[in-house]
Ligand binder design. Structure first.
Ligand code: PLP
Ligand code: COI
Length: 339
């Protein structure tokens, strides 16, 4: 597939091989200069820690073509910092923030034709990752690492447009108390494949995880954070040490407060008290804002605003967030990085 063959308005969230990816290798205690590679294959030791012990992490961010035709990244510094925090948790070296942002920009510039034009709602999804490589067999940190960024054009992760989706609460956990839930490590996602499949087979878009300690509070969705809008218009989102600190969620907190004048609460969200919400949604880089039609828990379905229509507050949050991301609405200082 070449960029001129892509129907930008029909894109889903799937892999596509763009022309260039950035790679840098860590050896003898330091990163090399790094550079662009056209080959999408990597050859690594069969004894790499990433293959056996899950010493691997990743990030997800997007490049947007703005209304004025320029291309920019949304808060890539936050992805760099979150990756560093993840690296601390699984003993991998930091890839420095400035270099992380520059690597993302280089990948966008090199793959210029793959960046969806303005007006289709599509974006260039960037996938930075770091893996432990090199010869090693004991359970210990790798002797070498690869940091890379690749990209592909994407559309909606769940359903196209602002279409509400149904979720079901799973009995499985994605994270343990004091585990790696707040880190973006591959193992969290391996563990989520089966609960996701069980949910999908029953006709749900994904599952909702409860807190691993008491199984009474909503944590997050498999690949996005959760928010609810109370009947009196408060933006509520779970506070927990075992959820992924979503950059979209923190952005929405600021948008709700500063752009929409809403009250915001980061607190416990009890699964048996979902009636407190008039609207609910999932938020993340891939998910953007996905309205939640309903959540099924212990056989009972709680419908929020509507099974087919998006609620007014969710729509306002969506319009403001995407307006900022596509350069239609002025962004808070430091959110937009021109490529
Ligand atoms: N929660 C999980 C488990 C995720 O994988 C993601 C995606 O990155 C998010 C939440 C949303 O985070 P962000 O808004 O930073 O993309
Ligand atoms: C993202 O939103 O960027 C994610 O990482 C979610 C998912 C595709 C794993």
């Amino acid at each position: 597939m070449r960029p001129n063959e892509i129907n930008w308005s029909q894109l889903g969230f799937g892999y596509m091989k763009a022309d260039w990816r950035f790679r840098s290798f860590w050896k003898d205690g330091k990163w090399d200069e790094g550079g662009l590679f056209d080959n999408d294959r990597i050859t690594i030791s069969e004894a790499s820690t990433s293959l056996h012990y899950g010493q691997e992490c990743f990030e997800g961010l997007k490049a947007y073509t703005a209304k004025d035709g320029s291309i920019h990244l949304f808060r890539p510094d936050e992805n760099a910092k979150r990756m560093q925090a993840t690296c601390d948790r699984i003993l991998m070296p930091h890839y420095e923030t400035e270099k992380f942002i520059e690597a993302c920009k280089e990948v966008v510039r090199a793959n210029r034709e793959w960046v969806p034009p303005y007006g289709y709602g599509a974006t260039l999804y960037m996938r930075p990752y770091m893996i432990g490589i090199g010869d090693n067999i004991g359970v210990k940190p790798a002797p070498e690492y690869l940091f890379s960024v690749f990209c592909m054009p994407v559309g909606a992760y769940f359903k196209a447009g602002l279409a509400p989706v149904k979720f079901i609460v799973t009995d499985y956990d994605r994270a343990a108390p004091h585990g790696t839930g707040a880190a973006k490590v591959g193992g969290n996602y391996a563990g989520s494949l089966m609960p996701h499949e069980l949910a999908a087979k029953q006709g749900y878009a994904d599952c909702i995880y409860l807190d691993p300690e008491t199984h009474t509070k909503i944590e997050e969705v498999g690949a996005a954070n959760f928010f609810g809008i109370t009947h009196d218009g408060v933006f509520v989102t779970p506070k927990s040490p075992s959820i992924l600190p979503s950059i979209t969620k923190f952005s929405l907190i600021q948008i709700a407060r500063d752009y929409l004048g809403m009250k915001v609460e980061e607190r416990d969200v009890f699964v048996d008290n979902l009636d407190e919400f008039a609207e609910a949604g999932a938020c993340g880089t891939a998910a953007v804002i996905t309205p939640i039609a309903s959540i099924t828990y212990k056989g009972k379905e709680k419908v929020f605003f509507s099974e087919t229509e998006v609620g007014p507050v969710t729509r306002k949050l969506y319009d403001t967030l995407t307006g900022i991301q596509f350069g239609e609405i002025e962004a808070p200082e430091g959110w937009i990085f021109k490529v």
